[in-house]
Design a protein around this ligand. Sequence first.
Ligand code: ZN
Ligand code: MN
Length: 497
Amino acid sequence: MKFLPIIGLEIHVRLKTQSKMFCACPNVGEDTPPNTAICPVCTGQPGALPALNEQAVHLGVRAGLALGCTIPTESHFDRKNYFYPDLPKGYQISQYDFPIAKNGKLGKIGITRAHLEEDAAKNIHDARSGSTLVDFNRSSMPLLEIVTEPDLRSPQEAKLFLQELQTILRTVGASDADMEKGYMRCDANISLLPVDEQNHQLQAEYNPKIEIKNLNSFKAVERALAYEIERQGEMYAREEIPPSATRGWDENKEVTFEQRLKETTADYRYFPEPDLQPLNLIEIEKEERTHLPELPKARRERLQMEYGFSESDAEFFVVNDGWTDFAEQVMAELGSWIEATDHKRQEGGEILAAQKKKWGKLAGGWLTSKFVGLLAQKNLTLKERKITAENFAEFLHLIEVGTIGSANAQKLLTLMVETGADPSHLLEEHNLGQNDDPKIIQETVKRLIEENPDQVKQIREGKLGVIKWFVGGVMKVTEGKANPQSAEEEVKKQLGV
Ligand code: ZN
Ligand code: MN
């Protein structure tokens, strides 16, 4: 029997606000000591009243717009009732039938809805005392719950969806969305549908749905779903039907395990939150729509079109925080250098596509491989860099016009990363420039030919690859300062090949 996995996701993301959802406590995460960011509201003291954080509403609407959702004119909060030690009020303030966003799309995947709610506190099982402690710092932190349609068809697709969602949320500034820090947590629903060879559904009703809770890495999402596909497939093969249930994921054993049979909506006895006013979203939507930044998909395309960056370099800039801005600054600075030296332009001043590609490739390469590597080596983030966009552009220009060879360019970039000094200054100070003095190259080649008759013989016998061996020799003698192309020409000239 062939099965088609029917997968839907529910993702909780922590909104990047100053304060918590319904009180003035700082939204500081778990980095602070337990129970230091709490107050009567977020610990659920009797009589304490919630006051809505407007920034959370703005960020929620912004995320909704970025996911192509419709923003209803009105929305309100509801109480979701359940009892658990990390929920002191005995209910969570959430949104039930009037969420702040609905009917969106990310690629081919439908977004059912996105709603605001508060986080629960955190239970800490203390191994020393054997008791359970509760940290209320997390209680009432602002969350956006995003629910997808069951449109995903493989674990891989689910992972890619989450990665793109993370990039979008970071790009619009709604959430840091780090999965490992718990800023983005994922529950996945999966059922297997029997299909024929052409993926035609063989039964009218869907099979029971299994929910896997609290997946906290991309890898966990992918592996837990793959595990469920196998487990459920084997059950159907034995003519058993997997019960609709909530399951957990054991990271170490790489298996899912049953936690509880599924609750229904009725179990939560939702009713409108009487302590909060209904939300009017008309003005907020207008404001957020006007300020919505460029989204990742458009940004990838623009970086390739406008600057000639390769697809993978553009992807790197889009996914990594701050890199698009830096790359664009470098290209803007580089523009004036190109202006000064590289005159191949079409009528109307437009830079030729080929030129653009050449510069984009050069800049993209040095930024995403060498510069990234050097920052990592020095344990620096992009933000902590000493190097300016202006200096980086000048550095690229020195390479392109041949003032410096690529081996010494590496050294120069290292010095720039270390000191932040400008490249022409460092070039002079450390004597890294290319020395194209034809006399030195001539003499060096002459000497190498005299000293290496065997290699000369090989070239005369037609092994032209050995010419590169002489070029290498010239580079060594000149400490990387000769222009390899001039050296090669000189070798050919002197040997008459
Ligand atoms: Zn509080
Ligand atoms: Mn929720």
